[in-house]
Design a protein around this ligand. Structure first.
Ligand code: NAP
Length: 295
């Protein structure tokens, strides 16, 4: 069982990362410091989360050497365009307090203004050529959007970060990613979007799924651990989020057991085909009022 994954450009990335979406800026540094203490060596943030500064602070406070931590962040759509995206790197690196970012990805395609998406991606290619980032990628790209991007791209994205948990496994996207040698990375890997507090009480939480609960009993593990192990055994990267020290530790304690092929298949079989997040084919993310500040 590998704990690290080699990206399509040879860069090695820890498969299990630590997410910080919805981690309040003031709690982010402590959560990141705790995660690094426990053993995580990969942090996933985004300009849009407005906590890159806390991520940088948490890394510095942890005492873990910068070279041992894989930092992934995302360019928000209001910074798409060639010059804007080049500048988005400066903003992110400044807030993180680093010279180089390990993986910089586009947060969303903008289907209504795809030209700006392509220009943003070409800026990522420039940043890669200049050595300012070690790898580049995308997030929430559906197969047709990937194909459209690849018509203009010189560098195949290393990663496509998408919503992926047992209730929404996106087999067509996983297949398209694999065909292009793009690593699929799961956001909401333990189904967070199916139970985020305040996001609609009628949602069916994947944490309560009876099949998962049954599998937990055979392994003495929690539903979150079973889901994370499922991602890792199927070759994906996963970036669970928590600000709670016990759950941060729980989500990293997944390297001492193995799911059987039939358990993996049972979890695959839970897919409902219904996404929790917005549909990247129809949403216009530029309609969200969010500008990324300089500082
Ligand atoms: P997630 O990691 O699947 O779940 C996070 C939720 O689960 C939080 O409410 C957390 O609360 C809770 N939790 C954490 N560990 C738990 C455990 N062991 N048992 C029970 N509950 C647990 O969901 P996510 O935050 O949506 O996704 C993870 C990361 O993916 C994000 O942080 C972000 O980095 C990235 N992401 C990317 C996109 C995108 O568009 N690219 C979208 C969403 C997320 P506590 O903090 O209280 O533990």
């Amino acid at each position: 069982m590998t704990v690290s994954l080699e990206l399509n450009n040879g860069v090695v990335m820890p498969a299990l990362g630590f997410g910080v979406f919805q981690s309040p800026p003031e709690e982010t540094a402590a959560a990141v410091e705790e995660a690094l203490k426990i053993g995580y060596r990969h942090i996933d943030t985004a300009a849009a989360y407005q906590n890159e500064r806390g991520v940088g602070e948490g890394i510095r406070r942890s005492g873990v050497d910068r070279t041992e931590v894989f930092i992934e962040t995302k360019v928000w759509v209001s910074d798409y365009g060639r010059d804007e995206t080049l500048h988005a790197f400066d903003k992110a690196a400044g807030k993180l307090g680093v010279e180089q970012i390990d993986l910089l990805i586009l947060h969303q395609p903008v289907p209504m203004h795809f030209g700006a998406t392509v220009a943003a991606y070409q800026a990522l290619e420039t940043l890669l050529a200049e050595g300012k980032v070690r790898s580049i990628g995308v997030s929430n790209f559906m197969p047709a959007q990937l194909a459209a991007l690849l018509e203009h791209a010189e560098v195949v994205p290393a990663v496509n970060q998408i919503e992926l948990h047992p209730y929404f496994t996106q087999p067509a996207v996983q297949h398209a990613d694999a065909q292009h040698n793009i690593l699929t990375q799961a956001w909401s890997p333990i189904g967070g979007i199916t139970f985020y507090p305040g996001w609609g009480e009628d949602r069916k939480s994947v944490m309560d799924d009876p099949t998962l609960r049954e599998i937990t009993r055979d392994h003495g593990k929690t539903p979150a651990q079973i889901m994370l192990r499922w991602h890792l055994q199927e070759g994906r990267s996963a970036i669970p989020k928590s600000t709670n020290p016990a759950r941060i530790a729980e989500n990293f304690d997944v390297f001492n057991f193995e799911l059987t092929a039939s358990e993996l298949a049972r979890i695959d079989g839970l897919d409902t085909g219904v996404r929790g997040g917005p549909d990247p084919d129809t949403i216009d993310p530029t309609s969200i009022e969010l500008a990324i500040p300089e500082e």
